[in-house]
Design a protein around this ligand. Sequence first.
Ligand SMILES: [Mg+2]
Length: 225
Amino acid sequence: MKLLLFDIDGTILLTDGAGTRAANRAFEKIHGLRDAMKGIDAAGKTDPLILSEMYGNGLSRDYTDGEARELYREYVLFLEEEVENCRIEIMPGIPYLLESLSSRTDVMLGIATGNIERGARIKLRKSGLDSHFSVGGFGSDSGSREALIRVAIERAKIRLRDSEDFEKIYVIGDTPHDIVHGRAAGAVTVAVATGRYSLTELLEHRPDYLFEHLADYENVIRIFD
Ligand SMILES: [Mg+2]
């Protein structure tokens, strides 16, 4: 059995800034400050890390647990609305790749994303691709990408039969964070340049596989044989 853990933003889909707008609206509602996401590079970062940067930028301090709970509560409400109204873009080849992988009995599909779980589910539901994934690790599990990948792996292992183990685990993502933390968690790393990072930038972090996009999904799928 192989486990494939997909990142969401820039790998499966793009929501045309819906997450940023929702985070800005939540922060403004609670703290009265506009554009708290300004200057923050969210690509590949977990929601807790992004939240830290918002508090650092806007209020020159970190957040408390209570503030995080309140902010996430507002954020998912705004995100529902923003995602509903956004032009969601599914990355090339992704529907075919997931369809094809889902039909295989030697593959388990999961999510490894910095989004908090409720945010991830909102985005995936809108894409119509959520049914392909049986497990996940999320930003609500840890602010560390390596740790949330490990959580996804542990959850996936629980679904295996006794004495079975994964022969290989793959992390598929669009940023250096996916490569570096995927490797640290013991995964084979698959980078795809459909997000903010170019092939050259991703190559510097030496992923095991590198693709410009996954449109040629019949070729891509061979690396999971
Ligand atoms: Mg990403």
